[in-house]
Design a protein around this ligand. Structure first.
Ligand code: ANZ
Ligand code: ZN
Length: 871
């Protein structure tokens, strides 16, 4: 054993051993309980960042801990390899996205391997490989035949200069990110997944996910957005029907969650795409211009919610089915075409958005809901105007006096009898549009035939392989310019036909990878049935909160699709979910004369801290001059505060990086980067090594167990108490306190006298086993060097010895006449008399008891002795 702790040397050796012994190969073992631990796989952007290190270390600690609990553990890794950054890099460096991606994967795989994760690398998945996406295409064709995937026109952002479709994040302030041109909306045919059919199940099943963070479930619930309401039909006035035909000429249908407010409606507003809007605009240039304005701009929902509300009256009228009032129809930019009926009744008195709208356009505000003791003022909105609880209808004819539920019921009945409406439950969740007009994605396996329409590619012709040697130039989709890709024949009739050139949303690949890991090389289907039956679903999933909504929702949806195809037997893909906190670092800058800030990396700065460790200033190492502190922020390029894990590993080793990220904060909290903290973690490992080195010298001596004296009994108790709390903290994923427990044990070991060799050995063994999941390299070496025998990887996490935990002496607080006067030590089995005697004989306490008469003594076991004395 080396005297010095040399992380890089021992880590390389240990990792080589694991690889040689295939230590983390996971096989089906029918008689052993499985544990499938899954971390969100990375996008191969080029280099690992600290967020990856933290994420995968958490997963690794959980995996190794579960293995020590006797589980058959599967831990996996792969690459979410399709996506836009590859295309951008390709354009910037004239390199094919495939080449760029594969090189990044090779680099990052090496980086991951340096961290020593217990991953079954034989199951590595790369989603841009045809043997992976083949099965995605296969499922797509099945679902297309079932009608769960369908094609219809959808709205996209169109860049008129680059002649290309833009993703929402490529639209910046309404302009294309490259061309700067004003973005237009365009209708093009797209493929959709009918996720709305699963809205209720996706909502209801959230209740089964007991081990998911409540806030993630709330986000999903809100996204699904179930609402109970009613559709109402407002008949179109006779003179307002010009240019409309069929049902569109009869009525405007609206969706509302507040039918009880129908008497307060002052107008009906429709989306720019609504037929009535089109008809009204026929001979009106002003309306046409307004409709065009509404249709331009981003389609992102967030933008719709925050933009300024605008409207324009059409001069057409409808009739309120209950009050008989004539209401004008307006066109407004905040009505979403595609939600409800794309038309809304405007009730300014009780809807905040309508209130604003009415003030702006001077529409009448009529109160129809009252609440006791609450005066209504139609100049300023108040929270209660929108209440449903404890309200009474007013100004509502025969419905006056009803509360919300009664009104919902009665108005619903009345509307139904008039044929003017009925109850309806709605979901905000829209069908999932998966077509992307990009190159670096999974080709959509559809062939367009003039005679047969959209024909799915037959199984035998899958996969539709994406050519990998293409360098996109940013104008339109490269595939659409490659006849050698799109020219084909119809599988149905054999006539010349055109292959679809759109690719799939990259959320597709990450929606089912959790299952593919179970049988990654299976060539006969998506998932081999025996593997599916054994591994079921991930017992633990770990990843960033930024995926709380879409990724998790799509993966849950996909699981239900695969279940309905008979491929898996589970309803949900992830049993437990841990969302790890962000990694932050200090930001440092100097302001240039222009006022522009120049940001320095934390590695270039020497920080000054006060005695509590708080940052009070810093200077640039290069010139020694001061730099300004900009606070702790999420590591990012823009503030130049990212810390490269590679440098950290090279300098200190993987175990230090792992220990640091686990010790600094609990997994779900933010982690504030500090060089100081890293040094502390490294110092602990060096102390551990030094202790072990010294201990090793004593190994030749006898290990005979000698009876423990009181001091050593309490050391043993401390060790077992720390073991107990470490186990408890492992179970609740609170690894920072596991590390604290280990530190306390190391301290306790330092107090053992040389004669107590057996106790020492017991303590060292417990310490190593507690630390094994967190710093597996150093522990592997010490386990061997200290002759504990057997493979560390096959050890179980020890159980605390209950006998050791029994405390045989206690400290009692002594109160005399109600005042705390001191403390005494007593044996656990001491009776009341001897406790009182101990107190009366105590030198300190005699001051208060000598010469007095004891009137009363009360013992609260193991805590308190109360004496009442008098003269
Ligand atoms: C009248 C009313 C009165 C409304 C009132 C609310 C409060 P959720 O819960 O999200 O389903 N709405 C309906 N369709 C819309 C569309 N296409 N675009 C924009 N807004 C639309 O919300 C349903 C409510 O959102 C509906 O209830 C409607 O406004 C509006 F005191 O109708 B309400
Ligand atoms: Zn055909």
């Amino acid at each position: 054993m080396q005297e010095q702790y040399q992380a890089n040397i021992i880590e390389a050796q240990v990792q080589e051993n694991w690889a040689k012994n295939k230590s983390f190969r996971a096989e089906i073992q029918p008689n052993k309980e499985k544990f499938y631990c899954l971390s969100m796989f990375p996008y191969p952007s080029g280099r690992l960042h600290m967020g990856h290190v933290r994420n995968y270390t958490i997963g690794d600690v959980i995996s190794r801990y579960q293995r020590m609990n006797g589980k058959n553990v599967l831990q996996t890794m792969g690459w979410d390899a399709f996506g836009m950054p590859a295309e951008n890099a390709a354009m910037n460096h004239q390199v094919a996205p495939a080449k760029w991606t594969y090189e990044n994967i090779d680099y990052m795989r090496n980086q991951l391997k340096l961290l020593g994760f217990a991953i079954d690398w034989s199951r590595e998945i790369t989603t841009c490989r045809p043997d992976y996406y083949r099965w995605e295409q296969w499922l797509f064709t099945r679902l297309f035949q079932k009608g769960i995937v369908y094609r219809k026109n959808g709205t996209v952002n169109w860049d008129p200069v680059d002649q290309t479709v833009l993703a929402n994040e490529q639209v910046i302030d309404g302009r294309g990110w490259r061309s700067g041109a004003l973005v237009e909306k365009r209708e093009i045919p797209m493929y959709y997944f009918r996720i709305s059919d699963y809205a209720e199940e996706l909502l209801a099943d959230l209740d089964k996910l007991e081990h998911w963070p409540e806030r993630v479930k709330t986000m999903q619930r809100n996204w699904i957005g179930k609402s109970r309401g009613m559709t109402l039909r407002f008949a179109i006035a006779e003179e307002s029907k010009a240019g409309l035909s069929g049902e569109a000429a009869q009525y405007v249908q609206v969706y509302t969650t507040r039918p009880d407010t129908i008497f307060g409606a002052c107008a009906v507003v429709v989306a720019a795409e609504h037929p009535l809007a089109g008809a009204a605009a026929e001979n009106r240039a002003d309306l046409q211009a307004f409709i065009a304005e509404c249709k331009a701009g981003s389609v992102a929902e967030a933008d719709v919610a925050t933009m300024e509300k605008k409207g324009m009256p059409t001069g057409r009228y409808v009739i309120n089915p209950l009050s008989g009032e004539r209401l004008e129809v307006w066109i407004a930019n905040y009505v979403i075409w595609g939600y409800g009926d794309g038309a809304v009744m405007v009730v300014p008195a009780h809807d905040e958005r309508d209130f604003e709208f009415a003030l702006k356009y001077d529409l009448p505000i009529k109160q129809v809901i009252a609440q006791e003791d609450k005066p209504y003022d139609n100049q300023a909105w108040q929270e209660w105007y929108g209440n449903k609880e404890n309200i009474t209808l007013i100004n509502s004819g025969e419905f006056n006096g009803l509360n919300f539920e009664q009104a919902f019921e009665a108005i619903g009945k009345k509307l139904q009898s008039l044929g003017a409406g009925e109850p309806k439950t709605q979901y905000r969740l829209r069908d999932w549009g998966i077509s992307r007009q990009r190159y670096w994605g999974c080709p959509i396996p559809i062939i367009h035939c003039e005679d047969c329409g959209d024909v799915p590619v037959p199984d035998k012709d899958l996969p539709v392989v994406l050519p990998e040697d293409v360098v996109p130039d940013g104008s339109g989709s490269p595939l659409a310019k490659m006849p050698e890709f799109y020219e084909t024949v119809c599988p149905n009739c054999g006539k010349a036909a055109k292959r679809e050139t759109d690719t799939m949303d990259t959320f597709m690949e990450s929606s089912w990878y959790q299952f593919r890991y179970m049988s990654p090389d299976y060539a006969q289907g998506m998932l081999e049935s025996e593997a599916a039956a054994y591994w079921q679903s991930a017992d633990q999933y770990i990843g960033g909160i930024e995926h709380a909504i879409l990724h998790l929702l799509y993966a849950r949806f996909y699981t239900k699709l695969m279940r309905d195809e008979g491929i898996v037997q589970v309803d949900e893909p992830f049993q437990r979910l841990l969302t790890q906190g962000m990694v932050l670092a200090g930001t440092w800058y100097r302001e240039e004369a222009s006022g522009k800030k120049h940001w320095f990396n934390p590695n270039e700065v020497s920080t000054l801290t006060d005695e509590k460790g708080r940052i009070i200033g810093g200077s640039l190492q290069r010139d020694g001059e001061a730099v300004l502190y900009g606070g702790m922020e999420k590591m990012s390029k823009s503030k130049n505060n990212g810390v490269d894990p590679q440098a950290l590993i090279e300098q200190y080793g993987a175990d230090t990086a792992r220990l640091y990220t686990m010790f600094t904060s609990p997994p779900e909290s933010t982690l504030e980067w500090s060089e100081h903290g890293v040094e502390g973690a490294n110092r602990f490992l060096r102390r551990l090594w030094a202790y072990a080195y010294e201990y090793r010298q004593s190994l030749s001596q006898s290990h005979e167990a000698i009876a423990l004296d009181e001091k050593h009994q309490s050391i043993r108790r401390e060790i077992h108490e720390q073991l107990r709390s470490a186990r408890f903290d492992y179970e609740r994923n609170q690894f920072n306190t596991v590390v604290s427990a280990a530190m306390k044990i190391l301290n306790a070991l330092g107090n053992i006298e040389p004669d107590y060799a057996a106790l020492r050995r017991e303590g060292v063994r417990i310490l190593l086993l507690i630390l094994a999941p967190i710093v597996p390299h150093i522990v592997s070496v010490l386990w061997q060097e200290l002759d504990f025998g057997g493979d560390l990887l096959n050890q179980q996490m020890p159980q605390p010895d209950e006998a050791a935990l029994v405390q045989n002496r206690f400290t009692l607080v002594v109160q005399i006449n109600g005042k705390k006067r001191g403390e005494i030590q007593v044996a656990a089995d001491a009776d009341e008399d001897s406790i009182v005697q101990t107190a009366l004989n105590d030198g300190e306490l005699r001051r208060y008891t000598d010469g007095k008469t004891l009137r009363k003594a009360i013992v609260v076991p193991q805590k308190l002795l109360n004496l009442v004395v008098s003269d």
